[in-house]
Design a protein around this ligand. Structure first.
Ligand code: IVH
Length: 668
C-alpha cells in the first residue's frame, strides 16, 4: 500500500473537521455556514483522498454517512438501562393528580418540572465510546432493540463524533420525519402507485428499519435528543442541565423546553402549544412533563413500564365533521388520476380545509364514501387533509356512490389500473392534463423559472395546440403569443424575453424541470455538478449514479429509466436545438451586483477549504480576475495560511487584505 504523505493526512483531518463543523451548523443549528456547492466541493476532495489512500477511511468520516452494503437482517442489542414508556394524562385534572402523586412521594420538598414537546417519532438510543458513535438502536420492547447504526448514521443531525465527551455516553432521543418530507414522500408514493404511510411516525419507523441504509438516507430524517441514559462521568443534576449539556456536546435538542416552577406553569405551557404546535415543521402529539431534579427522579423510581417522575399530556386528536359535496379528479404529470373530496369548508389543525385527499379507488370503496355524506376529516401528519370515515348514522339515502371512470376525465382516452397498483392512469402520453402539469412544473420557480408563464397562459397554449411539450415553448413567436387572451404587445414581449433569458439557466434547473420521477432539486444539483453537461449525463450508467452523495438506488434507477426512453431523449435533443444551456457552469456573466465583479484579485498562502484552482474559478465565476502579483491596480488580496511576500507588498501599497473566512463569505 502506498505510504500516506503527511500533508495528505493533515488535509484529510482538516476536511473532516470542516465538514463536521458545516454539518453541525446546517443540521443542528439550522444555520448554514457555506453554500451547498462549497460543501460538496470539500466532500468531493475528501472522497477523492480517501479513494487514493483507503487506509485513511474511518467509519466516523463525514463521507461514511451512507456507507456499507444492505444487510441481511438486524442484530439485537440489550439496553443496559431499559427504555421505558410514559403514562398518559388527558386533562388538567389528571395532570394535577400526577403532580399530587409526585409531591406525596417527596414530602416537604419543592418540585420543579421541565415541560418538553412530545415529538411524534420513534425513540432511539445512541451510544458513544470515547466520543465516537458506537451503536444506534431502536427501543424494541424496551429491554432489547435492534442495532440500526448504519441507518442512524445517515441522519445528518446525529454527530458521528463528539469532543469533550466522557468515555462512555448513552443518550436517548426521538427520530422523526418532518411534515414536509412526509407529504413529499407520500405524494411520490401515490404517483408511483405504492402504499402510503399513515403518518410521519410510521414513515420514520419504516425508514429507520430499512436493511439498505441508502434508502434511509433518502428519507431525510431528523432527531431531537432529550435524555442522558448513561455516562461514565457525572454530567448534570437536573433535566434542564441535561438538556443544556447535550446541546453543548453538539446534539440537536428541541429548543422549546421550559423549566416550570409548579404544575400550573406546566398547564400554561400545555395550553400555549395546543394550537401553536401546528406551525412547527414536525408533528407533536403532546407534552412530556419531567421532574427536574435527577435526585428526586431517582427517589421516585419507576414501575415496570414507566417512570413515576414523568408523564405525557396527550392532546385530543384533531378531527372535524363536514359534508363531502363532490368528488373531483386530478390528473398528475405522470398520468395518475387522483380522486379528491370537495368539502364544506371546516377549521382543522390551524387552517380552513376545503379539499381532502381520497387517494385512490380502493380507499373510497373500503370506507364506502359517497357524494353528499357527512364525513370525519383529519390531517395526516398535520398536513394532508384526509377523509377518515363516513358518519353513517346521518345518511339520508340520497347520497351517491362514486364510480371511477374508465376514461381519463381530461382527454377522454382510456385509463388503466395496472395490476398490483392502486392508481388509475391515463394512457395518453400527450394528455393535455399531463402536459399541463408537466409544464407547470417545468416553468416553476425552482425549475426553469420562467416569469409570466402562469397557469392561464399555459392552458391556452396547450388548447390552441401551440405547445405539445416543453421544447415548443422556446419556438413560440410574437404573433402566436399575442393572439392569446389578455396578452398585449408589452406582456407578449416580456414573456418572450423571459423565455429567451431562461435558456441560460444552469443544467441543474433543466434536470429538475424535466420532472424525472424522484429527482428533486437536490438530486438535480448533484447530477449536474457531477456530470457537468447533459452530454455526459446522457451516457451515464446506473453504477455511475449510485455512488453519488444522496443518490440512492431508487433515484438512480429512475434516471436511467428516463434516459433510456427514446421519447425523452428526443425531447432533450429538441431542447438542445432550441439553444438551452446544457452545461452546469454558467457562462461567465458577471453580475454587476457581485462584490468581485471587475476586481483584480491576488491569492497568497494556502486556503484550507479549497485548492488554488478552485479559488480561481470561484473568483472568475463572480466576474473577478486573478493576477499573480500585487500592484497598485490590485483590488483585493486573499491571504491564506503562510502567506508570502505578496502580503507584505499589499500592506505597503495599502491594498485591502482579507482572510479565508471573509473570502468564503464573499463567495456565498
Ligand atoms: S422522555 C422514560 N421526552 O414518547 C421516558 N420522550 O410515550 C423517556 N417522546 O418512548 C421518554 N418526545 O419515544 C421523552 N421530549 C420527549 C419525548 C419523548 C417524544 C416519545 C418517546 C417515548 C414516548 C413515551
Amino acid at each position: 500500500m502506498t505510504q500516506v504523505p503527511e500533508n495528505v493526512r493533515q488535509r484529510v483531518d482538516e476536511l473532516r473537521a470542516l465538514l463536521h463543523k458545516y454539518d453541525y451548523h446546517y443540521y443542528v443549528l439550522d444555520n448554514p455556514l457555506v453554500s451547498d456547492a462549497q460543501y460538496d466541493q470539500l466532500m468531493r476532495q475528501l472522497i477523492q483522498l480517501e479513494k487514493e489512500y483507503p487506509q485513511l477511511i474511518s467509519p466516523h468520516s463525514p463521507s461514511q454517512r451512507v456507507g456499507g452494503q444492505p444487510r441481511e437482517g438486524f442484530v439485537t442489542v440489550r439496553h443496559d438501562v431499559p427504555m421505558l414508556s410514559l403514562g398518559n394524562v388527558f386533562s388538567y385534572g389528571e395532570l394535577q393528580d400526577f403532580d399530587r402523586r409526585v409531591r406525596q412521594a417527596l414530602p416537604g420538598q419543592k418540585v420543579e418540572y421541565v415541560a418538553e414537546l412530545k415529538i411524534d417519532g420513534l425513540a432511539v438510543s445512541l451510544t458513544y465510546r470515547e466520543g465516537l458513535l458506537a451503536v444506534g438502536a431502536t427501543r424494541g420492547d424496551g429491554e432489547t432493540g435492534e442495532d440500526i447504526t448504519p441507518n442512524i448514521k445517515t441522519i445528518r443531525a446525529v454527530p458521528l463524533l463528539l469532543s469533550g465527551a466522557p468515555e462512555l455516553l448513552e443518550v436517548r432521543g426521538e427520530v422523526y420525519m418532518s411534515k414536509q418530507a412526509f407529504a413529499r414522500l407520500n405524494s411520490e408514493r401515490e404517483e408511483a402507485g405504492e402504499p402510503l404511510f399513515a403518518n410521519p411516525r410510521n414513515a420514520a419507523a419504516g425508514s429507520l428499519r430499512q436493511l439498505d441504509p441508502a434508502v434511509t438516507a433518502g428519507r431525510h430524517l431528523g432527531i431531537f435528543v432529550y435524555a442522558l441514559a448513561r455516562s461514565s462521568q457525572p454530567a448534570a443534576a437536573t433535566q434542564a442541565a441535561v438538556l443544556e449539556y447535550l446541546a453543548g456536546l453538539g446534539f440537536k435538542v428541541n429548543p422549546h423546553w421550559r423549566l416550570c416552577a409548579d404544575i400550573d406553569q406546566v398547564w400554561e405551557y400545555v395550553q400555549e402549544w395546543q394550537q401553536a404546535r401546528f406551525d412547527l415543521p414536525y408533528v407533536t402529539d403532546g407534552i412530556v412533563i419531567k421532574v427536574n431534579s435527577l435526585t428526586q427522579q431517582a427517589a421516585l423510581g419507576a414501575t415496570a413500564k414507566s417512570p413515576r417522575w414523568a408523564t405525557a399530556f396527550k392532546y385530543p386528536p384533531e378531527q372535524a365533521r363536514t359534508v363531502l359535496r363532490d368528488i373531483i379528479l386530478r390528473v398528475g404529470r405522470t398520468g395518475v388520476i387522483t380522486p379528491t373530496a370537495v368539502l364544506e369548508p371546516v377549521r382543522l389543525a390551524g387552517t380552513t380545509v376545503t379539499r381532502a385527499s381520497l387517494h385512490n379507488e380502493d380507499y373510497i370503496k373500503e370506507k364506502d364514501i359517497r357524494i353528499g355524506d357527512t364525513v370525519l376529516v383529519h390531517k395526516a401528519g398535520e398536513i394532508i387533509p384526509e377523509v377518515l370515515e363516513v358518519v353513517k348514522e346521518v345518511r339520508r339515502g340520497d347520497e351517491r356512490p362514486f364510480v371511477m371512470p374508465a376514461r381519463c376525465p381530461e382527454c377522454g382516452q382510456p385509463a388503466v389500473r395496472p395490476a398490483g397498483e392502486a392508481a388509475w392512469r391515463c394512457t395518453n402520453q400527450s394528455c393535455p392534463a399531463r402536459l399541463y402539469e408537466a409544464l407547470v412544473h417545468f416553468v416553476s420557480r425552482p425549475a426553469y423559472d420562467i416569469a409570466g408563464l402562469g397557469p392561464a397562459v399555459l392552458r391556452q397554449l396547450i388548447e390552441a395546440g401551440l405547445v405539445r411539450d416543453a421544447a415548443d415553448l422556446f419556438s413560440l413567436t410574437f404573433e402566436q403569443v399575442r393572439q392569446l387572451e389578455r396578452m398585449g404587445d408589452k406582456s407578449t414581449a416580456n414573456l418572450l424575453a423571459a423565455i429567451q433569458a431562461s435558456k441560460q439557466n444552469p443544467l441543474h434547473r433543466l434536470i429538475f424541470a424535466l420532472g424525472i420521477r424522484y429527482v428533486g432539486e437536490k438530486a438535480a444539483r448533484t447530477l449536474a455538478r457531477h456530470f457537468g453537461s447533459m452530454e455526459r449525463l446522457l451516457e451515464a450508467k446506473e453504477e455511475d449514479l449510485t455512488g453519488l452523495p444522496e443518490i440512492g438506488p431508487r433515484i438512480a434507477g429512475s434516471v436511467v429509466e428516463y434516459l433510456a426512453n427514446p421519447a425523452n431523449r428526443q425531447l432533450i435533443e429538441r431542447l438542445q436545438k432550441a439553444g438551452l444551456n446544457m452545461q452546469e457552469e454558467p457562462r461567465p456573466v458577471a453580475a454587476a451586483t457581485s462584490p468581485l465583479a471587475g476586481k483584480k484579485v491576488v491569492l497568497t498562502g494556502t486556503l484550507s477549504s479549497m485548492t488554488r484552482q478552485q479559488a480561481k474559478e470561484a473568483v472568475e465565476k463572480l466576474g473577478g480576475e486573478i493576477s499573480s502579483s500585487v500592484s497598485k491596480k490590485t483590488d483585493l488580496v486573499v491571504a491564506g495560511a503562510d502567506p508570502g511576500s505578496k502580503l507584505d507588498k499589499a500592506r505597503q501599497l495599502g491594498v485591502p487584505v482579507i482572510g479565508e473566512q471573509e473570502f468564503l463569505a464573499l463567495l456565498r
